[in-house]
Design a protein around this ligand. Structure first.
Ligand code: SPV
Ligand code: MG
Length: 543
């Protein structure tokens, strides 16, 4: 891509008349570029006006440079800064040029007035002009300070503004050109272009000529072309457009005490996101923000009423029962959120309308009364892409268990509690038979699951623990899971199948999940006794 300095230089030296439009912040600059302009005018008037301060150097030069950095970052076209008087003497000018180059600003225009200046349209005649030699020294200092040969310094002649006439204007223009200025900006506050055109005729293209037709706006652009004007600056129309739009919007909202009349007339919020480049960040997150687990979703199975809970589940599913002041579902959701898992799907059935936890998607298994877990899982998987953590909705567990589940690098992972069965409360159905018993001395022991069964002596063996109702499927593991699920779906009794059937099918397919052993620190809630214990458990632990 052509350097911004070179782009500006080319714009000035092109045989055609070029046009640049004012912008005063990053957003405005971006809008100017999107409209098709090939350059931006960093107007002193607009830069100060957006902060409701005067165009009298009330904005410090460092503040100007900071705003320009946002404008430059947001755009690929060159910015010509209205640098007022260079904010001081030749030395301040040198420093300004260096700081602008560091921010990829393509050029600066300085005017032959005295610091602090005022806007040319306020009592122009009373404005004192800088001595010609002093101003030439400033131009030369700026040119000597630039490190990029194509950085442009435009010298602005204020002789017409101060009422000094054509001869003085030409004398100054010529002196500034000889001092090294890349272009001359000749300014006028008349509503006709007479001064400018007279200057242009006499100037006869000695070096590029720049104009600002704010006052003589009704002049046809063709006239500028005929007079070989190199660059026309539309100097303040973005700030003026925003002022009218904001005034109208503010008035309408205030008077109507409603947004109805402005919605549709103002930019949409997605349009703001677009201008900010929000989409790029989402893409970048996929690559760089892996720790945020953006690509992991959670599925919580919560379709059944839960037998043995009596009155407590009269009008809500088990997940919505409060345990130590917080529902089981809220506890689960918070744990996922801490892990950066924000895509959480709850499969509801029985009184699903009572699931009103914030931050979850609820999908409904309509057949919940006549179907089991795999039908529920099927409902969720239709809307859940990427890596998935699956768990039962009646689980309470300590936070570290989910942390570890997320940290293990494995395509398929199940959590198995190896604590002695006799001591264990709760559901003893999902007995786990594994390739090796829990060797507690080993960190991330490589063990695979062989069977989940209700049989306490499967193949005459002792179980190695209990599957706690938590499974993770990553990458290819997710594909294997979907594959096993479709196979089971063609079975006649699919509606009665449970997650352990799916796990066992994975094993049969040669995709045995890896086992992550834990010892206690969890419980499931199956009856009122469990619920009692759950309160204690939640109080004692960070469950
Ligand atoms: C500006 O835009 O700040 C200018 C042009 O300097 S003018 O306001 O016409 O002086
Ligand atoms: Mg200005």
């Amino acid at each position: 891509m052509t350097r911004k300095t070179t782009q500006l230089k080319n714009l000035l030296h092109s045989d055609e008349t070029g046009f640049i439009l004012e912008a005063h912040n990053g957003l405005a600059a971006k809008i100017v570029e999107e409209a098709g302009f090939r350059g931006i005018w960093g107007s002193g008037l607009a830069l100060s006006a957006q902060h409701a301060v005067r165009d009298n150097n009330e904005l410090r030069w460092t503040q100007v440079v900071n705003i320009l950095a946002f404008m430059s970052d947001a755009t690929t076209i060159p910015i010509l800064l209205d640098g007022d008087t260079g904010y001081g003497d030749f030395n301040n000018m040198r420093r300004l040029v260096r700081k602008l180059e560091q921010r990829q600003i393509a050029g600066v225009c300085i005017e032959d007035k005295l610091f602090p200046k005022t806007n040319s349209f306020i009592q122009g005649e009373q404005q004192e002009l800088e001595d010609i030699e002093t101003f030439c020294g400033k131009i030369q200092a700026g040119k000597d300070a630039q490190s990029d040969d194509d950085f442009c310094i435009v010298a602005r002649v204020e002789a017409f503004i101060a009422g000094w006439g054509l001869d003085e204007a030409l004398k100054r223009g010529e002196a500034y050109r000889r001092a090294g200025a890349d272009a001359i900006l000749i300014h006028s506050k008349l509503s006709k272009p007479d001064e400018i055109l007279a200057f242009a005729r006499e100037w006869d293209n000695r070096c590029p000529l720049v104009i600002v037709p704010t006052k003589y706006y009704s002049t046809q652009t063709e006239v500028f072309r005929q007079h070989k004007i190199s660059l026309v600056i539309w100097a303040n129309h973005m700030i003026r457009a925003s002022i009218s739009a904001m005034q109208n919007t503010a008035r309408t909202i205030f008077e109507s005490e409603s947004l109805v009349d402005v919605e549709g007339r103002v930019a949409t919020v997605p349009e703001i996101f677009r201008l900010q480049g929000a989409e790029e960040l989402l893409e970048a997150e996929k690559i760089y923000a892996r720790s945020a687990r953006n690509d992991t979703s959670a599925i919580i199975l919560a379709a059944s009423r839960g037998r043995g809970m009596d009155e407590l589940t009269r009008d809500k599913p088990k997940v919505m029962i409060p345990v130590a002041g917080q529902t089981v579902l809220r506890r689960l959701v918070d744990k996922f959120k801490i892990q950066g898992i924000n895509e959480i799907t709850v499969v509801g059935g029985y009184h699903h309308e009572a699931i009103n936890t914030q931050g979850v998607n609820v999908v409904v298994n309509d057949q919940w009364e006549n179907s089991d877990e795999l039908v529920s899982l099927r409902c969720a998987l239709d809307s859940v892409a990427g890596d998935t953590v699956l768990l039962y909705g009646d689980l309470l567990f300590r936070t570290y268990i989910l942390n570890t589940l997320m940290d293990w690098d494995s395509e398929l992972l199940v959590v198995v509690d190896s604590s002695p069965l006799d001591d264990a409360p709760g559901n003893k159905n999902d007995l786990a038979y594994c390739s090796a018993p829990d060797d507690r001395a080993m960190y991330q022991q490589k063990v695979s699951l062989e069977k989940v069964s209700r049989d306490p002596q499967w193949q005459g063996r002792k179980p190695d623990g209990r599957w706690i109702g938590m499974l993770r499927a990553n990458g290819a593991g997710k594909t294997y899971l979907l594959e096993a699920l479709s196979q089971l779906q063609s079975d006649k009794d699919f509606v009665n199948k449970e997650i352990p059937d799916l796990i066992n099918r994975l094993v049969e397919n040669g995709h045995a999940p890896q086992v992550q052993y834990i010892s206690g620190h969890w419980m499931d809630i199956n009856n009122l006794d469990d619920l009692q214990r759950a309160g204690d458990f939640a109080h004692r632990h960070d469950a």
